[in-house]
Design a protein around this ligand. Sequence first.
Ligand SMILES: [Cu+2]
Length: 860
Amino acid sequence: MTQFVDLAPPPARAEGAGRRPGPRGPVFVWANVVVLGWLTVAVGLLAAHQLLGLPGWVALHALLLGAATNAIVIWSEHFVVTLCRVPGPPPRRLALGLTALNLFVVTTIVGVTIDITALAGVGGTGVAAIAAVHTVHLLRLRKASLPGRFGYLIGFYAAASAALVAVAVLGAGLAIGAADWYARLWAAHVHLALLGWIGLSVLGTLFTLWPTTTGTRITAGGLKAARRALPTLTAGLLLAVGGMLTANVWVTVAGLACYAAGTVLVIVPLRPAGRISGPAAWMLAAATGWVAIAVLLDATRLVLAGSVDALPEIVGTVMPVLAVGFTAQVLVGALTQLLPVVLGRGPAEHKAVAGILARGWQLRTVAANVAVPLVAAGLPEPLPRIGWALAGLSAATFVTLALRVAVPVARRGALDLEPGPQPPRGTTTGVLAGLIVVVVATALATSGRNSPAPTTVSGAEHTVEVTLGGMRILPGTIDVPAGSRLVLRVTNQDAMVHDLRLDTGEHTPRLARGETALLDVGPVSGDRQAWCDVAGHRAAGMKLSIRVQGGHQHTPATPDSENGTAAVPGLDLAADPSPGWVPRDATLAPSTGTVHRIELRVGERDVEVAPGRRERRWTFGGTTPGPTLRGKVGDRFEITLVNDTAMGHGIDFHAGALAPDGPMRTLAPGERLVYRFTAQRAGAWLYHCSTMPMSQHIANGMYGAVIIDPPGLPAVDREYVLVGSQLYLGDPGSDSQVAKIRAGQPDGWMFNGTAAQYDHAPLVARTRERVRIWVVNAGPGDTTSFHVVGAQFDTLYKEGGWLLRPTDTAGGAQALDLAPAQGGFVELTFPEPGHYPFVDHDMRHAENGAHGSITVTEHP
Ligand SMILES: [Cu+2]
């Protein structure tokens, strides 16, 4: 059984006297104009978001949530009404629903962009509510409709709408800032939006839209395949998203494979008998191809990575493929096919409209599809920029053509083909080609700009290019004539997030790599300062001076106290610890097993840094030092690092040897990383945060120890581990604290993260017991000379070698000296009961906190 599909619906209700309404009347035409409007906004934002200082995803949301969502809502209902022969809703309801939807979409986008959580929450909830209502409405239609051949369509659209509800909910989670779930939520959000909401809608529609674009018949086989494809696709999507949310790579891959199988079920029955021809057919075919490629890429790269930790990076590639190759192209292709039916009355007008919409389609289609690999393949600049320009121009050209036809119809109800709407053939093509040349030339010319030196500008108004990266701001100095107006165009070229703040408080948003923002300094009458406001970056050198030439010179008051001293009160080491204080257990447990798996979450918390003194610290696993790991030579370590904070952090394990490039990279907030190493050599090793400036990250608590036992290490009665470090009081990363760190002027010294803690909670031992004390010097800057008062060491192991063993009966040792990042252990027995202080024998350190005590009792 085969038949032609006629997408033109039965004539709608009368909509006024002037014009016999086209399908669905003026509301429907306006709704399509809104879709085109969102496409315009998306292209505009794509071109101008950097200039406006907006993040790139705003343009993406204008495309996906604005253009695609409106198109899906209006056209899915149209198809259901037409093909399933159910009564169409009154136009007023469509108008109301679409108005509400667009208000919520705008609220969401504005709320997230200007960072007002409540606004984003209202918008997201609104979108979710409308999607939920839409789902219920569709399911009720399915019940009400006769069991028709096209009933499967309602199933597709209902499943897609349900996905949109989930997309909005997850999006709200992202906006509120679910720090430790960020990467998982983001991956699920993106996949549900692109493969669920948009993918299911499009794939379902394809069964009917494709035959109309190719002028072929829809077959019984095609309809059967359609009914079979939906369960496969939804099951795949549910599995994939479930796998992402539970961080299970194999479930995710299975889900993606299942979704790919569903896509094949859609494509196979639709394969054209002859040549594909016409704009809509080519665009739909190419778009569907990109879905298949994206899903395969997704799954293959996940398998190769073997971990969902790779998802953020993979999504970074797949998302542009699905946005440019699939969503934008399918939208343009579908509108090319559908708009003539909406805008024209009768075959002659249909043909005229179709002719206009088809102008330059070959070049537009080539540009859009060439753009996909350029934007997604991780190529060096300026290629991605050229790709975005091609995609934007391709879409913009279509929108221009479509609006020229649609707006007159929407406003006057008539097709406006009189006033010279037929430009000489080739004009569009020519304009497009010209624009491409201009964009390519501009991209080439502006790439690789890297002005290194102090910059002098002249004249009345200037925009100066400023780049952030490598803990430097370039140029470091800008000389401007007094009274001139200065605008900084700030680009972050670093993998790390940076911003730029003026001494008067204006600042750019936090910029990720490649992002640009404008910072208006205004008229400059006196010297000004600017710096990166990420904790510690200013002190590490990210500063910019704006010097005025001629005229009145003055420097606004700044909170910079670089050479000032600590504004924080000193330590009282004899004070009582805070109520409920628990000392760090210095006991070192023996190692068990040969594979050591541990999750280390990076956090910020208030820590007792000295008796009664609590300060905010950056922590691995909630403590400073972080947990001590222990193993033997040959053991595997698998550490999952999760950054739960709002700033970048990383980790460096001295106990393993590997190329630092990947594992020691800085994790963005919410990111996670699995760090694997095999312990090849024994020693008392340091681990610490690997994000610049490391002096601050270590000084603020981000360090710990890994003990790898030397082969044949004898058992002893007690083992302790002490990690030495300096104490810098004050807000982490504040100017005063950073100034002290850079000057090497700590407020104190400590073992295991709290000054004088073992004076208040002494270690214990008994006479005749052999005690081994491991010591690691975390720094960030001072040496340690570990000594136990009243005792002598008969064993001294430092940095991988024994310097003294009990068999060396003639000699003994008094101190274990360790430079920053060195470690070792000593062994001793206590001659008689008593209280044996242990110290860093640099007495300045001992007297300011690097001090503790061992209470020795008689062995029974
Ligand atoms: Cu850090």
